[in-house]
Write a protein that binds this ligand. Sequence first.
Ligand SMILES: [Zn+2]
Length: 287
Amino acid sequence: MAGTIWIPGAERITPSAPGGNITSNAPPRVVWHTTEADPGTSSVWSAMIRVLKNKSAEPQVLWDPLTDRLGQFMPLNVGGRALRNDGSTMTNRVGQVCIQIEVIGRAAKPFTGYWKPGKNFRAFMAAVRSWGIKEVWPAGPPPRFIASPPHNVPESPRSRTIWLNRGGHYGHSHIPGNDHGDPGGISTSALFAAGGTTPKELFTVGQYENLMQQIKNEGAATRQEVRRQAIWSLRYGVQTEDERARADKAFDDAIEAGKTLAEAIAAVASVMRPIDADLERRARKNG
Ligand SMILES: [Zn+2]
């Protein structure tokens, strides 16, 4: 699985230590934080870097919502350090990627209410999408946060089952074993709208087969390239983790059994056909 590792345009920041090795197979995800400081100046930018490094609590990404300044402490495919462990679970390393972003702002004053997202924010969101992270909030939108006494409204359930099994976007306030309430009640629709577009159209089996054939015809069809394309297509064309896993497995099994690429693609297509019919049925139902 390969997505963007260093976000184009992000400033490199030296972390206090390298990020943690990721071995998790759980679906990829993002965790949103706020640093609890007011954004917009270069002095707060330097101060936040200092604070995060002193606490050894660096995320992969730091972002100022007023200036659109974007920094990166470490590659996106290693574990950050902004979450506390949940018992023996190394929370920072759950997910094929677990991308953490510290937004300079305050949980009690949602940053989507006053921000000025620009091209660096869009580059961040594009990098997130490159890992197949869906624009969903498995634990619900981040709850509101009130400063005094500090707590989320409503209180956040912090489900271990959801965190360990579902991909998408989370707030620090959703994470088991943690007690911070950030990033507060940000607008999830504004967040995704400002982040640029995600392909909304679903791939049909026919389009999928054409794409695979095209890649093969171009002659550069190494197994890895076809696989990468297959995964990409499946991410956008198939809606659930289960559906993706079924199609992915069909491809792997065929290759491991010594089948040709064409046969492997046919195997994926045969799995996708019932999915495709189901997607059509669902689309019709949704009007
Ligand atoms: Zn946090």
